[in-house]
Design a protein around this ligand. Structure first.
Ligand code: MG
Length: 160
């Protein structure tokens, strides 16, 4: 019998930082001249959402369990490196990764010019297709006031 596929959901949110030296990194792309996000690692919310979607599908907990933000080893970490490791841990449990779809919710910056590169970076990190979409929060709530940015992702995997 073919294994029943498993889905996972990932969600991550990071506030924008007041530190002008902090780079804005999303999907492994550094956007020049944009306000960075606050976080222990590089605060790449897209990579974190994709990671949590994969971990959820595999029943392997969440990214915080795998890479605790209390561990100085992960300070300023490149989240694509963490994501690559997560994909390896999912495959080590005998799963094949189908694809992951990610939506970024933010007023700014405009993601369209970087979207292809974000998809390539995330796809390369997990060695399975990742798609990235963007939507605006329409001025509603904290995200609408530009206080932070959120990402959602869904992943599908199956026992290989
Ligand atoms: Mg995060």
């Amino acid at each position: 019998m073919t294994a029943i596929p498993r889905v996972g959901l990932g969600y991550d949110v990071h506030p924008f930082s007041d530190d002008p030296t902090r780079p804005f990194v999303l999907g492994g792309v550094t956007f020049d001249g944009e306000r960075g996000l606050t976080g222990h690692s590089d605060a790449d919310a897209a990579a974190h959402a994709v990671a949590d979607a994969l971990l959820g599908a595999a029943g392997l907990g969440d990214i915080g369990q795998h890479f605790p933000d209390t561990d100085p080893q992960w300070r300023g970490a490149d989240s694509l490196v963490l994501l690559r490791e997560i994909a390896m841990r999912v495959r080590a449990e005998g799963f094949e990764i189908g694809n992951v779809d990610c939506t970024v919710v933010t007023e700014a910056p405009k993601l369209a010019p970087m979207r292809e590169q974000m998809q390539r970076n995330l796809t390369d990190a997990i060695d399975a297709p990742v798609t990235v979409k963007a939507t605006r929060p329409e001025a509603l709530g904290a995200l609408g006031r530009g206080e932070g940015l959120a990402c959602l992702a869904v992943a599908i995997i199956a026992q290989s």
